[in-house]
Design a protein around this ligand. Structure first.
Ligand SMILES: *Cc1c(COP(=O)(O)O)cnc(C)c1O
Length: 483
């Protein structure tokens, strides 16, 4: 037995609780830490055998639902399957430290430089920053650049961002955080931007427009060129929320549609499993006129293939993240892009759109359809008149899906559709899976008609039924309590 272990063992034999480490020769902190800041009693930490701990977490993980054990059609979240091999690639860079001299990490910088180039090619933008850690963080970054752009032109009256009501909820939130006023415009009856409302909304106070495209209704903005020219003519800039790029990549580019700044969610479209809060990455791409405002440092390629970081950027909005962003997510995205290639990316988008339209067309006779149009990567349905008349709500359908082995779709969003159910099948699901899901949805509708009360009781297969979600969010109990 190694001597340290023996020491621990002998001490524990004396009947002492816990294990003391052997004394190290550490200088005393006496006098350095004020007494009132020191712990007044020993921490009451739970003591448990390893096997019991392992069983506890293993059993909890089995109650969890993930894309690895079932279909996860959570609209606007792109819970697609990501290749496992991409998860191993960031480890290739595990010897790096962000404070290393750039000469010693040329490979990593070169990868970032080429990721930037690839994203420019995919989106039609001129330069990206890879710093933002999420989609909403990218929105904030982009909006700060829009602000800096108007400020430099001494156009201080431009304080309003126009946001259509079919935008993702983060759009107005980010605009507010970046110090803008928000002007919401209503969608036209077919779900697209109401051009008359937009013309009425623009003016000398317009800093820009934020467009989620496809919108949260899953619809492509067909008047996009006109939307862009109305805003540009009014002196505003155009922000494209490209979080769900698997709807259009390889097919259409925001840069060609007239947009000045946009973000992508690498953790949705480009191969990083997500949910539960990260890590994510929300690179922001800009057209040439906004390059000076990008967060510093900006990755540059110099002569001889050497990649450098440019910190000398007087107009930059500054840093938005420590070091260079979530590097591991970038590695996965780059691997995904080069392994699929241009053709593969286009095929991924086409399949995402095909799968959503397939599910939509098979469900639209059974459920309500707010917009009967070709959709993009996701579709929105409702319980419909017949089920509503029976007292069936979206919650009942979503909870019944759990009993049938599916993760529920996104519910009650977008807000502009009453009782919305937003389904995003993603490109990685097979025809068989989609057919089974459609049958499950149809069987829920049949059960609702035969026995509506049974549906109100769902889910019955889970350890917890219907928790009070509002109370759980507002008053979470996060403290450990010894039973
Ligand atoms: C997911 C999403 C966002 C926010 O992205 P986060 O990484 O969660 O901050 C923004 N816009 C759209 C359209 C999205 O789908």
């Amino acid at each position: 037995m190694r001597s340290e272990y023996k020491l621990i063992f002998e001490r524990s034999k004396e009947g002492r609780r816990g294990y003391d480490l052997p004394k190290l020769d550490v200088p005393s902190l006496d006098g350095l830490v004020p007494d009132e800041m020191k712990a007044q009693s020993k921490l009451d930490l739970p003591e448990i055998a390893e096997i019991d701990l392992v069983r506890h977490y293993t059993n909890l993980s089995r109650r969890n639902f993930g894309v690895d054990n079932g279909f996860y059609p959570l609209g606007s979240c792109t819970m697609k399957y990501n290749p496992k091999i991409n998860e191993e690639l960031p480890a290739l860079f595990s010897d790096l430290h962000p404070l290393m001299d750039t000469d010693l990490c040329q490979g990593a910088l070169d990868m970032m430089y080429h990721l930037d180039k690839a994203l420019c090619e995919i989106t039609g933008m001129d330069k990206f920053t890879l710093q933002p850690a999420a989609g909403a963080h990218g929105e904030y970054t982009g909006l700060m650049m829009i602000r800096a752009y108007h400020e430099l032109k001494q156009d201080s009256a431009r304080t309003t961002i126009i946001v259509p009501d079919a935008a993702h909820g983060t759009n107005p939130a980010s605009a507010n955080m970046a110090g803008f006023k928000i002007k919401e415009i209503k969608s036209a009856p077919d779900g697209s931007v109401d051009l008359e409302a937009l013309r009425a909304a623009v003016g000398p106070d317009t800093a820009g427009l934020m467009l989620t495209n496809p919108s949260t209704l899953g619809l492509f903005e067909s008047n996009i060129k006109e939307v862009a020219s109305i805003v540009h003519e009014a002196g505003g800039l155009l922000y494209y929320d490209g979080a769900n790029l698997n709807a259009i990549m390889g097919v259409a580019r925001p840069g060609d549609m007239g947009f000045d700044v946009m973000h992508l969610n690498l953790h949705k479209t480009f191969s990083t499993p997500h949910g539960g809060g990260g890590p994510g990455s929300g690179p922001v791409g800009v057209k040439a006129e906004l390059i000076p405002y990008l967060p510093s440092p900006v990755i540059m390629a110099c002569h001889g293939g050497r990649v450098t970081l440019d910190y000398n950027r007087p107009l930059s909005i500054g840093k938005v993240k420590s070091f260079y962003g979530n590097f591991g997510v970038m590695v996965k995205a780059y691997a995904y892009i080069i392994s699929l290639g241009g053709k593969g990316l286009r095929e991924a988008s086409r399949n995402a759109v095909l799968n959503a339209n397939y599910v939509f067309s098979r469900l639209k006779d059974t459920f309500g359809v707010p917009h009967d149009r070709i959709c993009m990567h996701e579709c929105v349905i409702t319980p419909g008149e017949e089920l509503s008349a029976l007292g069936i709500h979206t919650t009942d359908i979503a909870k019944s899906l759990i009993d049938r082995g599916y993760h529920p779709m996104t519910v009650y969003f977008p807000l502009i559709v009453h009782e919305a159910m937003m389904i995003e099948p993603t490109e990685t699901e097979s025809r068989e899976t989609l057919d089974e899901f459609v049958e499950a949805m149809k069987s829920i509708a049949a059960e609702a008609k035969a026995n509506p009360d049974a549906l109100h009781a769902a889910p019955v297969t889970t350890p917890v039924g219907r928790p009070d979600e509002v109370a759980a969010a507002r008053k979470p109990i996060v403290k450990y309590e010894r039973q």
